[in-house]
Write a new protein. Sequence first.
Length: 266
Amino acid sequence: MKLNLLTALLSAVLAFSVQTASAAANDKNTLVVVNGVAVPQIYANFVRQGRVNRGGPPETLSDEAIRDAVIAAELMAQEAKRKGLDSGPTLLAAIEFQKKELLSKALMEDFVRANPISEDAVKSEYEKAKTVAGTTEYRPRHILVASEKEAKEVITRLTTGKKAKFEDLAKKHSSDSSADNGGDLGWILPANLVPEFANAMIKMKKGEITRNPVQSKFGWHVIRMDDSRKLDFPEYDKLKNRIASQMQQQQLRKYVQELRASARIE
């Protein structure tokens, strides 16, 4: 039996009062009585949810399999207690920390219930995202180098004399992760790029190479515009759940930050 499952079961005991074996045997809230100890039905829910979260196979989710797991945990916990292992500092610390994690989860669930994200707020966020995305997506390549001098040399090799192949120079000189793909950034939105790069890119025509290097916080870029197309932005119904989830996470992060700001941490 893994320690995390054992501590989860042990910490859950804190939510229940001690029952006598005779009363527990007929109690609908009791799953089983093991050596005179009433084991709450809710323990089965904990085990089942844990297995579902881990993607357990169907045969491990049957009522019998869940019951057997709870009984095994109870028997092992009783034996550990008989041997005095329940007083070990590591186990006690693990149980206490598990309790704090469970309380944290309960607090977050309470916060979510008290601060629901309205449909209007989600729609507003969707419209903002749609506006920021624009109506066009682009497929640029770039070569990123450390200095303006290097960038100008690359542009010269691409545009004069026996013109070098952009992909070859990208693989040889670019410090960006796209170098192995010949500088290809794939289909991308201007909003997902640093402003300097985006502003230069949206002005370019298909096949065009920047005449002058573009500087950003990452270095100096030589850009080639491979293609552009009309953006097919997803419909609201396809994004609303994801947007609502992101907004909820932002609220939770802000809440935790406020708790931290008001705390005395030494």
